[in-house]
Design a protein. Sequence first.
Length: 256
Amino acid sequence: MSKHHIEIPSHFSDLFNKLENSLNGQSSKPYHRLRKKGSELLIQQGFPTTRNEDYKYTALNRVFNEKYEIPESGKLSDQGKNVIESIKKLGQSTNSLCFVNGIYQSELSSLEIEGVQLIHLSQMDDNSHQLRDALEKIDETISQTDNPFIRLNTSLSRDPLLLFVRKGIKTDAPIQLIHYYETENSSLIASPQLIVMAEDNSEISLLESHLSAEKGDNSHKVFANVFQRMLTGKNAKIKHHKIQELHNEDFLIHNL
């Protein structure tokens, strides 16, 4: 561990064990090997300090000193549902992937583009070439990166996703990626992971938004640690735009 890193606080390393114990059958799936590897590499590397040039002006203590829980489901208030529906209308798109505290919500989402498929990586077996390709790229990233937050994301990602765009498919309107965060009884760490794989001559546009609920008297925080990787074939194009409207006390790290 270098002088620009500190040991991982125990309340962070405990999060991986809590997640692993809650996975049931998913812990035997191929993706879980990457969670373990991400956790092991993160513990070896440690968290950065402000002596690291990349984080010189980042309030890291605000992130590291907080004790977080991993959200188990996308429990959502009526206010949250209204916010998500209003964002959908503003986006003027019938296709949206919605996440609550980093967890994908199928009942709030809609993806009806022929040739575009959403795949849950953590539920798949080895017999899928799409899974093998995605896992290879994630493994390559966490092995070669010096970014501890990518490793932290992989170790704690409950439901990593692959958005697969078939060869030659071109979307007319953007797909919305709507991330909504709200806390109730504890501070939360959200670890959404999305791999976008666009085959040859395909084109796709993504409009991503991150919003958090008004807190009122609630002092609990959200740490949204987001990792996405865009993989393009020959002559493929991925356009990406992001809107961020988080509460001042919440924290977003987005590695793309």
